[in-house]
Design a protein around this ligand. Sequence first.
Ligand code: IVH
Length: 666
Amino acid sequence: MVNPEKRIAELRENILDADYKYYVLDEPDLDDYAYDMMMKELEALEKEYPLLVTPDSPTQRVSGKATQKFTEAVHKVPMLSLSNSYNFDDLLDFDKRVKSLLGDEPYEYICELKFDGLAVSLVFEKGYLIRGSTRGDGTKGDDVTGNLKTIRSIPLRVKSDTFRNFEVRGEVFIKKDDFLRINEEQENLGEKLFSNPRNTAAGTLKQKDSRKVAARPLNIFTYYLRDENASLSTHGENLKILKELRFPVNSHWKKVKDIDGVKKYCDSIEEIRDGLPYEIDGVVVKVNSLAQQEFLGSAGKSPRWAIAYKFKAKEKTTRINGITLQVGRTGTITPVAELEPVFLAGSTISRATLHNFEEIRRKDIREKDFVKIEKGGDVIPKVTGVVLSDRPKDSRPFPEPSKCPVCGTKLEKPEEEVYIYCPNYFCPAQIQGRIEHFVWRDAMDIEGLGGSIIAVLLEKGFIKDFADIYSLKEKRAELLKVDRFGAKSVDNMLQAIENSKEKQFDRVLFAIGIKHIGERTAKLIAKHFGSIDRLAEATEEEIDDIYEIGPAIAKSVCDFFRDAKSKELIKKLRKAGLKFEIDESEKQEVNEKFAGKVFVLTGTLQKYSRNKAEEIIEKLGGRTSSSVSKKTDYVLAGADAGSKLEKAKKLGVRILSESDFEEMMK
Ligand code: IVH
């Protein structure tokens, strides 16, 4: 028998090591399966030996409970902000001031990227991360330790004899492509879009539920180290130490000997800015020597030893030739500005989304208006405002459409939503959109079936919906007669269609495009119900009961399965051989009486340990919680149950004895 303590330590070491290689070095050396197995083993051991759970265990990255309110975190040393400069003359002034204050002393600068995210502080004691907080007003921020722990590139413990009690600061951010993906999900869910990666990161850090934070890909770059007991000499050294301690440090920093070097650095970064996978809004210049930094001190809230050189947001003025309306796969009508093409920050821009009609009204954007287009290293060009002085005399506000531009059906606007919808399921734009979604990389992943091919297939009557894709192989000969459909590309496409039949049930569920069902929701639902037949029979209440799933999703799922058209589609797909249940290995023996129910355990049970009982409940599809509330379905009470039992009685929650529990399991 292996010593559990030893095995736990070994697993943690291996997992933290794998996290470091994956998230910091970007050189993964383990496959997902091996990683998951280690995590599962560790979880099982910790469940068995709860006393061995420590806060630095990788299992503790996501805590099980939502905080009601963040507590205040006072910064030992204030978190300053930087004074900004927008042109090179400002930088020269900064350098002059540094030079005159330092007298004859030589000095150097460290140049770094200015990441467009949120500053956070990480406090370590005895080598362990004990607190993580936001900058707040500089003096005190919010304690968001639980949320920051979900960032797997942050070490929960450092191995060092020198550095034990110290503070690290850095910038939390979201990568550009993750931002686009999150917004796509938000759109699918009919939820508000984030305006940029920075706001997405900020919104995520403020989440009360760290499980939701963990689902969002937050990253961090660290750029500050303070340790009263270590002899630290320069900022450049600190960056190297941070890297050795396994913190993520961006590699673009550079030591330069004078302001000319700074200028060269700024120019070189502006060149590569658009190609970086994360957003930056400038460069930060810092005096390298920490002694000199201290000597220079600060003026108000900004240090005299550092300055930010901000890139100008690239902006141009161009004309809106017209506003067109796009119809999404769920019928959403999106207004799009068709622009007189302009070259801006590396690409030609001829269209920009105007999001919705509230946005058009708010900014009073009209056809033929001259507008300012901004691209700040940003992913999406924005229309920031109208040049009113150039507005044509006969200009009229852009009217909200009443009919679908594609099929002419009367549009609808659900209460409390900003979007307008075309309710016609057979609207050609929706049909095309649904098929595009179905074949999309993250759904059925059918390569070679892009938008224009789908359009041709629809137009020539080869397909009417996405289920028809699976009968294309019977029409190979006719397909080859279509202009520009070569034998090779047709065969590749047919093969990709065949291969897609191997996709797991949750992907299929996502691909069929039920309104509000994103990838993550599809996974949760697939796992919970196990098969489409069980899902189709589920009531709104049962779906709503799944943790993390709300009433809007539940209603949408039920609406979908009530619809005869959906039944017909599923029938066709089933015939084609798609997976409509989860694989045997993923199956849980879900018990109707347990499915979706919340249990609270209290007191001592005779036959089961607390862990064993929890395991049984979860295996049968239930959930456990540690506190009794109105959401609790059952309290399983053993001997000497105390306050939880009292509370359950007060709230009228059903109380189970151990034998009731066994009865339920049957
Ligand atoms: S150093 C006084 N380094 O810019 C030192 N800050 O206006 C300030 N920021 O709150 C921190 N990249 O959110 C530093 N490489 C970098 C930075 C950086 C982005 C942000 C940070 C800070 C703000 C200061």
